[in-house]
Design a protein around this ligand. Structure first.
Ligand SMILES: C[S@@+](CC[C@H](N)C(=O)[O-])C[C@H]1O[C@@H](n2cnc3c(N)ncnc32)[C@H](O)[C@@H]1O
Length: 260
């Protein structure tokens, strides 16, 4: 075998060993990030880097966490959460009298599903809600389950909300059990695992910007299929759906779409 690999060979070898298909992510962006890490770790080429990853579980885990950029915060994009609280969830509460299924797909450290749980609690809908929160990143999920955040991760959350829903211990804020017990966290790969079904709202925010257009298309089809007619899909503020009608979705607000 030749001594040096190109990015394609690295991706193929990586897929064979880990099952994570880097081809589904945007190539340029992903390759740039990997090259940056290789430089930082002083690896001369893809082959040496691959061998380093396969030689230690902690190196591989570090790499996977590095790839799946899990920046998140509570009430990320206040406007969106205001719309959800004032219009979307009350409408769902009226139109669907039974259980309300919410899926936070790519939930990272849990700020997103907990924000949703707080809003549903304020609307007196939390007792009817089943909130599924999934991510591919084990470390982020562990963090989410612990539910303990620093000030930066609390983001734009109003002080009164912090007071009501968190317990402060020095500089850390723990989410109260009445909120945390409403959220079920689980490891799940959006691209290969079965989606959560019969959802009333799906959040997939700041996740699919990393994927190639054809992967985004596949995911949007899946999400649309998983939603009840009248249910909602919420995407990130930097994300865009070209021609939502092809997925039976109608734009209700900027980043909030309703299944027809
Ligand atoms: C930037 S965070 C977004 C967190 C949250 N949705 C928000 O908007 O604040 C992106 C998350 O997507 C997850 N992710 C990336 N690829 C994934 C995949 N194939 N399946 C499931 N989650 C994935 C990452 O692990 C990461 O936690």
């Amino acid at each position: 075998m030749k001594n040096e690999w190109d990015y394609g060979e690295f991706k193929a070898a990586f897929f064979r060993r880990t099952g994570l298909d880097l081809n589904l992510y945007k190539d340029k962006q992903m390759e740039r990030r990997i090259l940056q890490l290789m430089q930082r770790q002083k690896k001369a080429g893809y082959k040496e880097f691959y061998e380093h990853l396969m030689a230690s579980a902690s190196a591989l885990e570090f790499f996977l966490n590095y790839l799946t950029i899990n920046t998140s915060e509570f009430f990320r994009d206040t406007k969106v959460y205001n719309l959800l609280e004032e219009h979307v969830f009350p409408e769902l509460g009226r139109n669907f009298p039974g259980k309300l299924v919410v899926w936070s797909a790519g939930c990272s450290i849990g700020a997103e599903p907990y924000t949703v749980a707080i809003i549903l609690h304020r609307l007196k809908l939390l007792h009817r809600a089943e909130i599924h929160a999934t991510d591919i990143d084990d470390k982020a999920l562990l963090f989410a389950q612990q539910g303990c955040y620093n000030e930066k991760q609390l983001g734009r959350i109003p002080a009164a909300v912090v007071e009501q829903y968190f317990t402060r211990e020095e500089n850390l804020y723990s989410i109260k059990p009445e909120i945390s017990r409403a959220v079920r966290f689980r490891r799940h790969n959006l691209l290969t695992d079965e989606p959560v079904s019969r959802c009333h709202t799906i959040f997939c925010r700041n996740v699919f910007i990393y994927f190639k257009p054809e992967t985004q298309h596949f995911l949007l089809q899946r999400f649309s299929h998983a939603l009840y007619p009248g249910g909602f899909l919420v995407i990130g503020s930097a994300e865009y759906i070209a021609n939502p009608a092809q997925f039976s979705l109608t734009k209700r607000y900027n980043t909030i779409f309703q299944k027809e």
